[in-house]
Design a binder for this molecule. Sequence first.
Ligand SMILES: [Fe+2]
Ligand SMILES: [Fe+2]
Length: 493
Amino acid sequence: MVDQVKPCNPRRREYYCDVINPREFRNTSPTIRTSSRSQMYACSHHRSVGLNSWVKALVVGVVSCAVGCGGDGSTSGTADTDRYAWTQLTPSGVSARVVTTDAACPDAMVDGAVMAMDPRASTSPSGFDVRVCELAVPEGAQTLVVGEQSLRLPPSDTPTKVVIVGDTGCRIKQTDTTVIAQACNDNSDQGWPFSRVASAIAAENPELIFHMGDYHYREAPCPDGNEGCEGSPYGPNWASWHADWFEPGEQLLPVAPWVFTRGNHEDCGRAWLGWFLFMDASPLPTDPWNQDNCQQFTPPYRVAVGDLSVAVMDSSSIPKSANPPTPDPDAVAEYAAQLTAIAALLADDSNAWLTTHRPFWSPRANLPGDGDPLVAIETTLIAAIEATGGLPPQVPLAIAGHVHQFQKMTFDDGRPMQLAIGGGGTQLAPPVTSDAIATYPEVFGTLGLDPMNFDMFDEFGFVVATRVGDAWTASLRDLDGGEITSFPLPAAP
Ligand SMILES: [Fe+2]
Ligand SMILES: [Fe+2]
C-alpha cells in the first residue's frame, strides 16, 4: 500500500504525495499518479499509514511534488524536476531531445565521446517552465547516453518490430453546450489507460515507434466535484503536456526512436506551442512563439531505416465544416501539393508507408446531436488524392490515427490498405455499427469502400508490426498488450 510522505501543495488542496512501488504505480488508481527520475508517487486527499520496507528504503530527504499534485488546473506551472529524453527521426537524421528544468542543457555521450546538446529555442513559450535541448546525432552512431539514460538509436538494418499508437491524451473539453471529462485519474478501460498502453508498448521492446498524433487533450478545467479528473491541469502549457504525455510516457520515451505525426489537437488553434517546442521534426523559425509564425502546414518528409521507407504528412489542419464534412477548397489545394511532394520524396523507393494523422477513407460514427450519425470524415483529403490522380503506387499501406478506435480498410482498386490506429488512451469513439452502415449506404459510397472490406475494433490499444524476411504482419493489441487480431500487411506490387 502507499504511504503518506508529505502534504503536497497544501496551499491549494489537501493532497498528499506518497512514494510507491513501481508495480503499485501502475496498478493503483489514486487521485493523481506522478513520478520523478527515480521515484514514483501517488497523490490523494487522504493520508495512508504503514510504511512498508520497500518504501522506507526510498524515502530519503525531502520529496518534491510534481505536476498535478496542486490540482487546481493552473495555466502554467513548474511541474517537475525530471529530465525526459528520447530520440526521433527527422528528415535530416536522428535528433536526440531532452526536456529539463535544469538551467543548462546536458551533455550527451555518443559512442563514448562527449557532445554538447543545444537549446532548441532561446526561450520557451509562456507557460512552459522547461528547457528543451537537442542534438543532431552523427550518422552511424551506435550508442547514445544522456545523463544516466541510454537512448535507443535506429537499427543499422531494416527493423523487425515497429509499434504504432495514436491519440493518447486525456480528453477534458468544454463547449457552449457540453462538457466532456474523461476520468484521467483512472487507468482502467473505463478511464484513461494510456499509462498501461505505454507500459505494454515498452514491454514489446520495439525498434521504432510511430505516434499518429493527438497528444494534448486537457483543454478545459475538470468540472467541480468530478473525482475522475479532479486535480487535472489544463490549457496549452507544460503542466498539461506533462500530465498528458511526459509523465505517463516517461518510461517509454527512451525505448525506441520515435516518428511523431502532428494531430489536429496540435494545430495552430490548439496545442501548437508544445508541438513545436517538443516534437516537430524541423528547426524552429525565428520568433517561434509568435502566433503569426505558427506553421499551419509543415512540409512532408521522408525517413528510412534500412529498407523501411516512410513518408510523414502533416494533415492536422482542415477547417471544421458542417457535419457531414465537405471539402475545403484551400485545404484540398494544400494537401494535393503535399501529396505531389510525397510522390517526389518516394520516387526512388519501391515500397513505402505513408503516415498521417487523419485517415483518408474512414467512416466515423457521431454521438447523438453531433451531426449525421455516420459520416465520411475526410472528404478534403479524398478530394486532394483525386486531384493528384491517386497515391504513389509504391505505397501499399497508409497509417493514420484520429479515429479513436481501430479501423482497417482494404480496397481492390489499387488504393493502399488504410489503418486508423487511434485507441491509445483518449476516450474511444462510438463504434461504427453494421446497422449504421446499412442505414447510411452513401457514406461507404463516398469512401468507395465495400463494407465487407472494413474491420473495426472499438478498444484501447496499439499495433505491433513485425517483419520476417520481406513480409510484415500487424498484430492489434489491447491496452495490456494482449492480441486482439492479426493480419498480413501488403507490400507494393
Ligand atoms: Fe484524436
Ligand atoms: Fe485527431
